[in-house]
Ligand binder design. Structure first.
Ligand code: GLY
Length: 374
């Protein structure tokens, strides 16, 4: 395939974050451009692919072939066991030792090939190794494409909680090959749609209505449509990250649905997927907001309709007291309150400081039976 042929269906979203500017390439077959892109940002560097045991057998050869074809010096890949259970300090240490064994220098590049766990851990390893070397993110899951590979958040879990140790470390490029979604299970694809719906609620009413009519996880969704929706999600996140890279203000709105969602996730002992919990959290906070007059019934109904269309839950059976127990220990708690993101209308979210006592009342209102989808 010539470079021109490879480029035809690829969209580019430019991210001008305060600490680093970079391009995100999105489209079917984009992985074939990984080498060209990496060479473009790093020159004649040594590169090391970091991946996990589910993704590496599917895509590592293709990624490494592209890197070698571009004239890069490809070190043996580092592959760790798949799964959130391995997203810890032990695996992080193994990756860091692996980079040192492969003699990567400050001029060299880590390529994070995989889903959110890989991107977060390889990104953090790149942030720490030699006090920071470049990372190119090559996300293979929908969640990683629309959310975690863009914006520079990297982290590992510790016993006290998820993502409690991390750094802001922007990638030097992101290559999102939507063809990789063909090997993602339907369950995981559906789970990731929670974050897609969140982005639409935050910024794009037309996209929300399109997704309600034609859900992204519908069988036979056209690759071109998926690539367009992924690129639009990245633009939405890009706009927020450019305005507030360090989450001091606007970036907090990306936590829409997460305050309650994280509590559901933790209460389920992480048996439920992140996006699934965010989807339920979105609807719960929308109903709570309607009950306080912070958003209209129409806004609440549009959120629920889109969540339902993707086969995601609009509520949880977990009691408010159980959720409050987890919520009170959330890492994003501020003093004796939380910064709760609420959908003021489709396309506009607000951050409201609410006390834990108020939050208990809001949960009660949000957990009331789901409204109709009218
Ligand atoms: N996933 C939310 C953020 O990157 O800020």
């Amino acid at each position: 395939m010539t470079s021109g042929e490879k480029n035809r269906e690829i969209r580019t979203v430019h991210v001008g974050a305060a600490s680093r500017a970079y391009d995100v390439l999105v489209g079917p077959g984009a992985l074939a451009l990984l080498g060209e892109v990496t060479r473009g940002v790093a020159g004649e560097a040594r590169v090391c692919v970091v991946s996990e045991t589910n993704v590496a057998p599917l895509y590592a050869d293709r990624a490494e072939a592209s890197l070698a074809e571009a004239g890069l010096d490809v070190a043996p890949s580092i592959v760790f066991p798949a799964g959130e259970a391995h997203k810890g300090l032990g695996t992080l240490g193994t990756i860091l030792e692996g980079l040192a064994e492969r003699e990567l220098t400050r001029d060299d590049v880590v390529v994070a090939l995989g889903g959110g766990v890989t991107g977060d851990m390889a990104g953090l390893a790149a942030a720490l190794y030699l006090r920071g070397i470049r990372v190119v993110q090559a996300p293979t899951s929908l969640l990683a494409m629309v959310d975690s590979s863009v914006g520079g958040k990297t982290a590992v879990d510790i016993a006290a909680g998820k993502n409690l140790v991390g750094a802001f470390w922007q990638p030097s490029a992101v290559v999102a090959d939507v063809s990789c979604l063909e090997t993602v299970t339907p369950e995981l694809l559906t789970d990731s749609c929670g974050e897609v719906v969140k982005h639409a609620v935050l910024e794009d009413g037309a996209l929300l209505d399109e997704l309600s009519a034609r859900p992204l996880n519908a069988p036979g969704a056209a690759a071109g449509d998926v690539a367009r929706v992924v690129a639009r999600n990245i633009e939405i996140k890009r706009d927020v990250v450019e305005a507030d890279e360090r989450e001091r203000g606007l970036r907090q709105t990306l936590n829409l649905g997460h305050t309650v969602g994280h509590a559901i996730e933790a209460a389920s002992d992480f048996a439920l997927g992140h996006g699934t919990c965010v989807a339920a959290g979105l609807c719960i906070v929308a109903r709570a907001s309607e009950s306080r007059g912070w958003c209209s019934g129409e806004t609440r109904a549009r959120v629920e309709r889109c969540v339902r269309a993707h086969g995601l839950p609009v509520t949880t059976d977990l009691p408010a007291d159980v959720l409050m127990g987890f919520l009170a220990h959330d890492k994003k708690r501020h003093g004796d309150g939380v910064n709760l993101v609420v959908p003021a209308e489709i396309g506009r979210a607000e951050v409201r400081r609410v006390s834990l006592a108020e939050m208990r009342g809001l949960l009660g209102a949000g957990l009331a039976p789901a409204g109709d989808a009218s």
